[in-house]
Design a protein around this ligand. Sequence first.
Ligand code: GLU
Length: 314
Amino acid sequence: MTTVIDSPPLGPVLDDIVRTHRPRTERGSVPASIPHLAAPPFDRFGIAVATTEGEMFSAGDAGIPFSIQSISKVFTLAMALGADEQDSLWSRVLREPSGTAFNSLVQLEVEHGIPRNPFINPGALVVTDHLMESFPDGADHFVRFLAEQVGESAAGSGPYIDEAAAQNEFANGNRNLALAHFLKDFGNLRHPAQAVVESYTRQCSVMMTCEQTAKAGLFLARGGQGVSGSVVSRDQAKRICSIMLTCGMYDAAGEFAYRVGLPGKSGVGGGILIIVPGECSICVWSPRLDSKGNSLAGMAALADLTDRTGWSVF
Ligand code: GLU
């Protein structure tokens, strides 16, 4: 693993990343289907680095909660794999980049209800369904899992579900419901479509800060070891990171691998989680998105940070 090239002190580097990349003018967009994501001002920008040594470095708006959206898919996959001794999830979802929109119906029809990977919506719905076998209270269990990793409970200032946002998205979630009904029709969903989409939408509506998200992802940088023991095995941690690298950035995984060179997962709330195996977990957040659905300022900042530090898996 490559380490910091000439060890610039991380605190000042992050401060400079914020100075350089915090948007000064409004560019980019938010998804029309989730209007509440337009609420944060365009110039919000935060970044946090949680190291495997237990240190936390952060700058900018790293303490403001944001909607993690699809970053949740990394954690639900880890939880599902951690509870799946037979690896039976992999008979229900593949591990290939999709090359289509994250919520496309077309590919699912052509490929007989087996989603291409766990990070597109139909794949995440299958993971959610799988998880509900072990944890019937899906999204609430998910929040408890995050709170444990972060070390802060929802009763304090820990991760919580923005229930109003979840309700709103669920009420407009026709496409996700359509995907779930398709999966059900192909025999790849065990629970009612409605219940799976509701749980999935609540998971996406979890609010966490950059600092909390970086902490929550740290087990992936530590070979699967979370704060109080193993979340997934070392092999599974490696494989989750591989899927992040190939499928984590919508239709821009190639561009992200080129510019950043690390496993990452983004969400349409403007957050990106990246993992530097053996070193640290990083979360950047800035709410306006590029045409592929990734944070505009976040992408630029991560390319810059990894160039400055030399962090890469290549
Ligand atoms: N809740 C969003 C949806 O299902 C998540 C999208 C994303 O972040 O990729 O459409």
